[in-house]
Design a protein around this ligand. Structure first.
Ligand code: PMP
Length: 396
């Protein structure tokens, strides 16, 4: 039965992890995977999460099935975070939100729903993008193409190219946009450029699908969410996927959501009923624990304040590491101006290093990043930064 089954290519990031685990170099540093580590190189367990869990353990509860769309208090908290609790879309009831299995689950539920709604639409993703965007929309049955994004020469975004591609897209094209902290490049477009994107999405009748996997990792929770307000103000209906993997350091709990802004409350009811079918036929209903923790934090003002503080600390530490990286490279003798690293935002830096340089970094120094030159700056710390800078300097 399985004689004709071909071996699928290895996931490039997970493959890197395996290679890293097998590396005997005592100085090895893993900058491959997109995970935030604290200054001791440890995955943090946030205080707000710990406190919520301790409270939950005081009155352990039985585990029945959740509703298909998840915990109502969680879905409401997500709406508030994404659109603003007092915003018109939320108070008028025209947002349909479902709990999902991570940000990936939110994207997939949205993709499955869209496939039923617009089976012939093309999906446009940024070039480059998070690898799973292409695979996920392809597996939902869509033709996936890309719009220009990274400008290697100017070290930034090829915004003219991006805008031209959106302008040339057929009505109904689904455009996947990174709401903030673009993965993998670390380059976001400016507020003024977002205005232009919103104008084109509206004029060309495109369907925006905003992937918000890093809300709060860029400039702040509200600041990073501001882009959503621009689409709302333009009177558009659109999709937003949310991930709490990074912002709550709850990677393995798979906590995410999908929100669809509709034209009316009545429309949101119909959309929600279809999202539920996509969930029901995939995994029936979401798991409880992660969603319950996030709801317990977001819906309690004191705990939420702790979360905002902890998220702010993660954000500040990444920024400080970017600066140390730039300074350290200079001190290690790199002549090239590397200050672009501090203009990037979020967990990643497109370092501009070539594949050969990245391979040398791995093989000779045990410093692991992807072949595209992407490094996770959220895994740098005061103990490994000097070694990373010296290693990078040697391969440059
Ligand atoms: N979108 C982007 C841009 C991401 O970087 C990630 C996580 N690496 C996701 C979605 C998926 O998030 P999750 O792990 O919550 O499924």
């Amino acid at each position: 039965m399985f004689t004709a089954v071909e071996m699928a290519p290895r996931d490039p990031i997970l493959g890197l992890n395996e290679q890293y685990a097998a590396d005997g170099n005592p100085h090895k540093v893993n900058l491959g995977v997109g995970v935030y580590y604290d200054d001791n190189g440890k995955l943090p367990l946030l205080e707000c999460v710990k406190a919520a869990e301790e409270d939950m353990m005081k009155t352990p509860s039985a585990r029945g099935y959740l509703p298909i769309d998840g915990i109502a208090a969680y879905d409401n908290a997500v709406k508030g975070l994404v659109f603003g609790a007092d915003s018109e879309p939320v108070t008028s009831g025209r947002v349909a939100t479902v709990q999902a299995i991570g940000g990936t689950g939110g994207l997939k539920v949205g993709a499955d729903f869209l496939k039923k709604l617009s089976p012939d639409a093309t999906v446009l993703i940024s070039d480059p993008s998070w690898e799973n965007h292409r695979a996920l929309f392809t597996s939902a049955g869509f033709k996936v193409e890309s719009y220009p994004y990274y400008d290697a020469e100017r070290r930034g975004v090829n915004f003219d190219g991006m805008l031209a591609a959106l302008n040339a897209a057929a009505a109904g094209t689904i455009v996947v946009l990174h709401a903030c902290c673009h993965n993998p490049t670390g380059y976001d477009i400016t507020a003024a450029q977002w205005d232009q994107v919103v104008d084109v999405v509206k004029a060309k009748q495109l369907t925006a699908f905003l992937d918000m996997a890093y809300q709060g990792f860029g400039h702040g929770i509200a600041e990073d969410g501001a882009v959503i307000g621009k689409f709302v103000d333009a009177g558009l209906t659109f999709f937003v996927s949310t991930s709490f993997s990074k912002s709550f350091s709850l990677y393995g709990e798979r906590v995410g959501a999908l929100s669809v802004l509709c034209a009316s409350k009545e429309e949101a009811g119909r959309v929600l009923s279809q999202l539920k079918i996509a969930i029901r036929t995939n995994y029936s209903n979401p798991p409880i624990h992660g969603g319950a923790v996030v709801a317990a934090v977001l819906n309690d003002p004191a705990r939420r304040a702790v979360w905002e503080k902890e998220l702010g600390e993660m954000r500040a530490r990444i920024k400080a590491m970017r600066q140390k990286f730039v300074d350290g490279l200079k001190a290690a003798g790199v002549k090239e101006d590397m200050s672009f690293i501090t203009t990037q935002i979020g967990m990643f830096s497109y370092s501009g290093l070539t594949k050969d340089q990245m391979v040398r970094l791995r093989n000779e120094f045990g410093v692991y990043g992807t072949d595209t030159g992407r490094m996770c700056v959220a895994a740098l710390n005061s103990k490994n930064i000097d070694y990373v800078c010296q290693s990078v300097a040697k391969v440059m």
